[in-house]
Design a protein around this ligand. Structure first.
Ligand SMILES: NC(=O)c1ccc[n+]([C@@H]2O[C@H](COP(=O)([O-])OP(=O)(O)OC[C@H]3O[C@@H](n4cnc5c(N)ncnc54)[C@H](OP(=O)(O)O)[C@@H]3O)[C@@H](O)[C@H]2O)c1
Length: 327
């Protein structure tokens, strides 16, 4: 497996990252352990999580996913083999200060994540999204302190506007703070513009590592969904309907399916293989509810798209003409 350099940092990660949002939501501890074991066996050396996962699930709470990962790390003793990424920003309780990106919360959230994850350090600490109530210089100062103390190795940003990233780079440079090394936006063949429009130029100029989430559009890019069929019985289908059930996206879905069938691969493998053709992507974060799904999705690394297939997929999912027509 060819490892990828994470942005301009000195670390290398596998070309696929294991997402963990499913753990504590779609699957419980036992299956989560199996998925993490399989990921390590396959050679995946980077896991992504967040402090808030997975509070929205029935009988769940903030910190549940990190707690599962922490137990697994302690049980398996694999911490040294793993690049562990987590995030902060979401509300961890009713307390108005137990959220956001204030200096206070950065210290509180990192201490709690370290405890739940049963580790002495976080490799990549990401802001989950921006916080309009906290100056970016305050957040960066707090994150810089964590790096100085050896509690965090690198910092990254998720769900952030390109101009905010650039502002953060200026603040980092001015004050001698560490800078965001990675971005974590949503990206898939049915959701390209967010990354490929203005963010793309920031990524290139600053050499950012790009580790996108929802490469299967939360499950939409699977054959469980079809234009005329019933929605699949999963808590994610309502979100998929709201975001992805448009004529353009069904056309993309149908093209992905057609090419996948012709190549005798699955839709998930084709959708992830298409992402891997983009040289500005470091590694997509995949979500899997079982060892079988993980193995299937990991199989994308074996799928090579020829020029015609790539052109068809690029064209059917192109956003430039749509954008120009309403600009
Ligand atoms: N930074 C952020 O704001 C943010 C947001 C979302 C996610 N993330 C991270 O990114 C990771 C991936 O995101 P995601 O879960 O949205 O990714 P995704 O790969 O787009 O969707 C995963 C979902 O697709 C379905 N699926 C996956 N493999 C399948 C297969 N082989 N066959 C059939 N269905 C399959 C499952 O849906 P069902 O559950 O319906 O079965 C699974 O929950 C998360 O685990 C998390 O770590 C970050």
């Amino acid at each position: 497996m060819e490892h990828r350099r994470l942005g301009t940092t000195g670390i290398k990660i596998s070309p696929i990252i294991l997402g963990t949002m499913q753990m504590g939501w779609r699957i419980e501890e036992e299956e989560s352990f199996k998925v993490m074991d399989k990921a390590i066996e396959l050679g995946i050396n980077c896991f992504d999580t967040a402090d808030v996962y997975s509070y929205w699930a029935d009988n769940s709470y903030q910190g549940k996913t990190e707690t599962i990962i922490g137990k697994w790390l302690s049980d398996r003793g694999t911490r040294d083999d793993l690049i562990l990424a987590t995030k902060l920003r979401g509300a961890m309780s009713e307390d108005v200060n137990d959220r956001g990106l204030s200096r206070r919360h950065v210290h509180q959230a990192s201490a709690n994540s370290l405890k739940r994850l049963q580790t002495d350090w976080i490799d990549l600490y990401q802001i989950h999204s921006f916080d309009n109530d906290t100056p970016i210089s305050e957040t960066l100062h707090a994150l810089n302190l964590l790096v100085d103390k050896g509690l965090v190795n690198y910092i990254g940003a998720s769900n952030i506007h390109p101009w905010m990233l650039v502002e953060s780079f200026w603040e980092s440079e001015k004050n001698g703070y560490v800078k965001f090394e990675t971005v974590q936006p949503p990206y898939s063949i049915v959701r390209r513009m967010l990354v490929e429009h203005q963010m793309f130029h920031v990524i290139k100029k600053y050499g950012l590592g790009v580790i996108p989430y929802s490469p299967l559009a939360g499950g939409f890019l699977t054959d469980r969904y079809s234009r005329d069929g019933p929605k699949p019985d999963t808590p994610r289908s309502e979100g998929a309907e709201k975001r992805y059930f448009t004529d353009k996206r069904w056309k993309i879905h149908e093209t992905v399916k057609e090419i996948a069938v012709a190549k005798e691969v699955t839709m998930t493998q084709l959708a992830i293989a298409w992402i891997l053709t983009k040289d500005f992507i470091t590694a997509p974060i995949i979500g899997a509810n079982s060892v079988e799904q993980l193995e299937e999705n990991f199989g994308a690394l074996e799928v090579k798209l020829d020029d015609d297939e790539t052109k068809r997929l690029d064209e059917v999912s192109d956003w430039v003409a749509d954008y120009e027509s309403i600009r």
